[in-house]
Design a protein around this ligand. Structure first.
Ligand code: ADP
Ligand code: MG
Length: 319
């Protein structure tokens, strides 16, 4: 369809790669997978008003639409390579396209990720990005593989994005802490380098998109194990702790969505290496609990007693 719009995207996201034999402009892209590598492929859709608030900056939508996908590659320990972009737009809005492409490119560029094609249609604002990454044969991290006794870690801090969303919906608070939390919602940092560093060390890994308890639940189910989480260990940012009371910030950390941190398990003899590696990468890794037998996820509060769980993360079909 409208080539000027596609050209605007192509210009802003241009990235030369030897493994892209034919990029945007033909009926399909032609790409080459390096020998010995498996292709890790993922797709995620963002719908305005559902996955990002109305009024989100176009550049933030561009960043986030790629970030949520790179987070999936990170969780598999894959190196990002290519992306496809399907955009549904209410109108041919070149300002939106330019902003979108700029935000997308800001995140794509450091990974040398090439946008190799896509589709552009008219309708309610909806963005789908598909990403492709490389991982050596048999080396991908998956949700399966956690064993009783493994230590559970998360990267970064939890609950910031949920707090940012609440700040956007309520009274505007324009200080630096509120800005930090809203940025964590709008411009999540995919933990790609952390995911690569975990290869060979983590026994299982998932990215936290729907809330820690929901996503740890997926990991446990795939691994056929249960978990004990110590809520007093959950890593929370100082901005979150400053602007919200202890119970609220703890609930955001346990159940808030959109963090895009990694939750992973490590056998006890590898924990020191992993913590040192991730500290060096800047995001750090915090121990939050242990894998146990069975299938339940128990959460203990600071007093050591079990917390009652009222909500287990964001579920698009039940909430
Ligand atoms: P076709 O009808 O053959 O699919 P299109 O007009 O949809 O062709 O697309 C023309 C070219 O532009 C294709 O190479 C396609 O991959 C690319 N393209 C279309 N929309 C986008 C987009 N939003 N982002 C990146 N590439 C796009
Ligand atoms: Mg097409």
């Amino acid at each position: 369809m409208e080539f000027s719009l596609i050209d605007r995207i192509r210009e802003r996201t241009a990235q030369a790669r030897d493994d892209v034999h034919l990029g945007i402009g033909d009926d399909a892209a032609l790409v080459a997978v390096p020998s010995g590598q498996e292709l890790a492929v993922a797709i995620d859709t963002l719908v305005e008003g559902v996955h990002f608030p109305l009024g989100t900056l176009a550049s933030d939508v561009g960043w986030k639409s790629l970030a949520v996908n790179l987070s999936d590659l990170a969780a598999m320990s894959a190196t990002p390579a290519w992306a496809l972009l399907a955009m549904t737009l209410p109108k041919g809005d070149s300002d939106f396209i330019d902003g979108f492409a700029t935000g997308f490119a800001q995140l794509a560029q450091p990974y040398r990720l090439a946008l190799v094609g896509g589709d552009t249609t008219r309708g309610p604002l909806t963005i789908s990005v598909a990403v492709h990454g490389f991982v050596p044969h048999g080396k991908a991290l998956t949700r399966a593989g956690a064993k009783p006794g493994d230590v559970i870690f998360v990267t970064g801090t939890l609950g910031d994005a949920a707090a940012g969303l609440q700040l956007l919906q309520g009274q505007r608070n324009n200080d630096a802490r509120a800005h930090f939390l809203v940025e964590r919602l709008n411009r999540p940092t995919p933990r790609v380098a952390a995911g690569l560093a975990l290869r060979g060390h983590a026994t299982a890994c998932i990215d936290v998109s729907d809330g820690l308890l929901a996503d740890l639940g997926h990991l446990c189910k795939a691994s056929g194990v249960g978990a004990e989480v110590d809520a007093s260990l959950l890593p929370r940012s100082s901005a979150l702790l400053d602007l919200f009371d202890d119970t609220t910030s703890r609930d955001f950390a346990l159940s808030g969505g959109d963090d895009y941190e990694l939750c992973f398990t490590v056998s006890s003899q590898h924990t020191a290496t992993v913590q040192a590696d991730l500290a060096r990468l800047g995001c750090g890794a915090t121990k939050i609990g242990r894998i146990v037998e069975g299938g339940d996820i128990g959460v203990r509060g600071a007093d050591g007693n079990a917390l009652e769980q009222h909500h287990r993360g964001w579920d698009h079909f039940t909430s």
